[in-house]
Write a protein that binds this ligand. Structure first.
Ligand code: GLY
Length: 380
């Protein structure tokens, strides 16, 4: 039986987690929709076409656009092309968009839906772990500009989200592991059972075998997805526009975003967030808030999944200036989420620079020598 999690807000919606959920799509699109644009990256053209064909069979006028893969699709040019398709097919306020893809597709399709006629319905069908537990839920949409990632966007909650676990069958292990960083984050900020599940099953998750994974491993993945979504649903249901509570979802992200920028986006988001979480944990410890054991737990869990927990020591100045430019910085003050304990996140604004440098020293390594290491294995 699929699991249904409701996200509260002005227009509540359901996130359904299960298998083979296409039959749920018309219900999520709701009444009055005649035309549907399915947006999918080139690498998912078979899945996107299957969704389009199914919608057509159900009586909708169904269209599809094939997008560039990954971040390449999150541009103003691609958005403009989608607006052109919507315009030429006479999409009205009561028509809808369906996204089929990872977080980049969710962000772009959400943005196109948010901006067409000042907002039409969108249903997300995320196909990666990261998109299921993070990007597809919560209504953040956006595109990149030459100056940075996600600088243009809107809050536009979907009409519903279908997390079809069957999509994870074809996910390679590093995609799964990179998505697990956000799952672990959710555990540290809000749900210790997530941490216990990862601790008990790290070997299977690290060696993810997709369709060949044991049934027990699938059960664990399903529970992790569901628990992560429940936390995210509760948080964004209370604070859609990030006025307060939603900030806890940025645990590990202040330094994580700076690493991504410094690495020119050659690192996966999850890997950068993993390092960022250890940094935040060290900040908490050195600030006298967090026990050594919880910091050690960060390292143990992330390393057991094969995620990095250190970063080159010669990059601190670059990282600080990247953090200062981050769109979440307010005025001159750097903002971090730290923990008092597991599931007890607090905001830390404008910490002492010596504390920051000391925390960085705790995660620093020698600059890489070019030998392959975990970062290369991660495809960073
Ligand atoms: N990924 C953080 C958020 O949705 O707020």
């Amino acid at each position: 039986m699929p699991v249904r999690v409701t996200v509260n807000g002005d227009a509540p919606y359901d996130v359904v987690v299960g298998r083979h959920l296409l039959g749920e799509l018309p219900g999520m699109l709701g009444d009055g929709v005649r035309r549907v644009l399915v947006m999918h990256p080139a690498s998912l053209s078979a899945t996107g076409e299957a969704v389009r064909a199914d919608l057509k069979e159900q009586g909708y006028e169904a269209f599809a656009v094939e997008l560039p893969d990954a971040e390449e699709q999150k541009t103003a040019q691609v958005a403009a092309f989608c607006w052109q398709v919507l315009g030429q097919a006479d999409f009205t306020r009561s028509d809808a968009v369906v996204s089929v893809g990872g977080g980049a597709t969710t962000d772009l399709a959400g943005f196109v839906a948010a901006t067409w006629l000042r907002g039409i319905r969108v249903v997300h069908m995320p196909t990666t772990l990261l998109a299921m537990v993070d990007a597809a839920v919560g209504g953040k949409t956006g595109i990149n500009t030459a100056e940075g990632k996600n600088l243009v966007g809107a809050f536009h909650p979907p009409a519903g989200v279908l997390c079809d676990l069957a999509a994870l069958e074809s996910l390679d292990r590093w995609d799964l592991v990179a998505g697990m960083a956000e799952v672990v984050k959710t555990g540290f900020i809000a749900d210790e059972r997530i941490l216990e599940l990862v601790e008990e099953h790290a070997a299977e998750l690290h060696g993810w075998q997709g369709a060949d994974a044991a049934e027990a491993t699938w059960d664990v993945v399903a529970e992790l997805v569901e628990r992560s979504i429940r936390v995210k649903a509760r948080v964004v249901g209370e604070d859609l526009t990030e006025q307060g509570l939603r900030e806890i979802l940025n645990y590990g992200h202040t330094l994580g975003h700076a690493i991504e920028l410094t690495e020119r986006y050659q690192w996966r988001h999850g890997a950068a967030v993993a390092v960022g979480m250890v940094f935040a944990a060290e900040l908490g410890r050195l600030g006298g808030k967090l026990d050594d054991a919880v910091v050690a737990r960060h390292r143990a869990i992330l390393e057991s999944l094969g995620l990095p927990t250190t970063y080159r020591g010669d990059r601190w100045d670059k990282l600080v200036s990247a953090m200062r430019r981050d769109k979440k910085t307010r005025g001159d003050l750097l903002r971090f989420v730290v923990l008092d304990d597991v599931a007890r996140p607090v905001r830390l604004e404008g910490p002492d620079p010596t504390l920051l440098a000391a925390a960085y020293a705790e995660i620093s390594t020698e600059p890489p020598t070019g030998r392959p290491g975990v970062q290369v294995q991660l495809g960073l």
